[in-house]
Design a protein around this ligand. Structure first.
Ligand code: GLU
Length: 301
């Protein structure tokens, strides 16, 4: 049987422009797809409407183009996909795999937290809503047991999702579908075979595998690339005021991103255009060379 075709994707949330850390994730996913002769799709994760910033999606597209990271096919916007998420939630509800929850954030404030600092849901509404309480969110009834998975950079890992995360939210109290549900539905619908993304999402993977299993969807291969931190050790993000990826001087920034991914370009490529650097890097790409540890962003040139 021929191997399934490689389909990769980049799935930014348009909450602001791309920064150096998002370039590193996009670049890793692009290179992994191109080195395999695969397709690379772009999905705008504009699910959390209140967090989206007007114009950010268009800025992201311009930034990717300026760095030579061209995508295949039309861009998918999650804001247009509510029907698909609703169908997946209905399928879970019809098998009693999802249940309504009345707990407020305040009520859960005392609940234990896991190693990631997330609340472990204590199962308060698992066997029915407390008398007189109104449903707010929907939670997945997570089956017991360890979810084992392989990450192409981090190796073999496992997490007992029921114990370390608990029944997690699939539809939020504000009626928005949760990231975990949307990402699983869309990765399957877009035929994504390989997910390459930032290491901040590593421990979301077991939750996504639980959902894939319960929804009867295939599990893609996963690789989580190192986060880029600022000099204070914080992840580059809008909250830590990471500067937007510049639309000029791309060659130097791209070379720094390649170095962060364990593929520093040789001296003779200094100053080469993005297309030339990318052609070189896709010929060299070996995911085993990507380091596990976070890299510190160099100051802007
Ligand atoms: N939208 C998520 C983010 O920007 C990425 C989701 C994913 O790659 O699974 O952090």
């Amino acid at each position: 049987m021929p191997a399934a075709p490689y389909v990769g994707r980049f799935a930014p949330s348009p909450t602001g422009p791309l920064h150096f850390g998002s370039l590193v994730a996009a670049l890793a996913s692009w290179l992994d797809a191109r080195a395999a002769g695969g397709r690379w799709l772009l999905r705008m994760e504009d699910l959390d409407r209140p967090r989206c910033v007007a114009g950010a999606a268009d800025t992201l597209l311009r930034q990717l183009e300026a760095y030579g990271l061209h995508w295949d096919s039309t861009v998918v916007y999650q804001s247009t996909r509510d029907d698909a998420y609703a169908a997946a939630l209905d399928a879970l509800i019809s098998q009693d795999l999802a249940y309504p929850c009345a707990c407020t954030r305040a009520r859960l404030a005392q609940a234990p937290r896991n190693a990631e600092g997330e609340i472990v849901y204590p199962g308060t509404c698992r066997n029915g809503l407390p008398a007189g309480a109104a449903a707010r969110a929907w939670r997945l009834r997570v089956p017991p047991g360890t979810v084992a998975f392989h990450d192409r950079i981090h190796g073999d890992l496992g997490q007992d999702v029921a114990r370390e995360v608990g029944d997690f939210i699939v539809r939020r109290a504000d009626h928005l579908f949760a990231y975990q549900l949307a990402v699983v539905v869309d990765d399957a619908w877009q035929g994504v075979s390989h997910v390459v993304r930032g290491a901040d999402l590593l421990w979301n993977t077991p939750r996504q595998i639980v959902l894939q299993t319960l929804l009867g969807l295939a599990t893609p291969a996963y690789a989580h690339v190192p986060l880029i931190t600022n000099a204070a050790g914080q992840k580059l993000s809008k909250q830590t005021l990471a500067p937007a990826l510049p639309l000029s001087g791309q060659s130097r920034v791209l070379a720094q991103a390649l170095a962060a991914l364990g593929h520093p370009p040789p001296g003779e490529l200094a100053g080469a255009a993005p297309a030339e650097l990318l052609a070189w890097a896709s010929g060299q790409w070996q995911i085993e060379r990507v380091p596990m540890q976070p890299a510190i962003a160099k100051p802007a040139p």
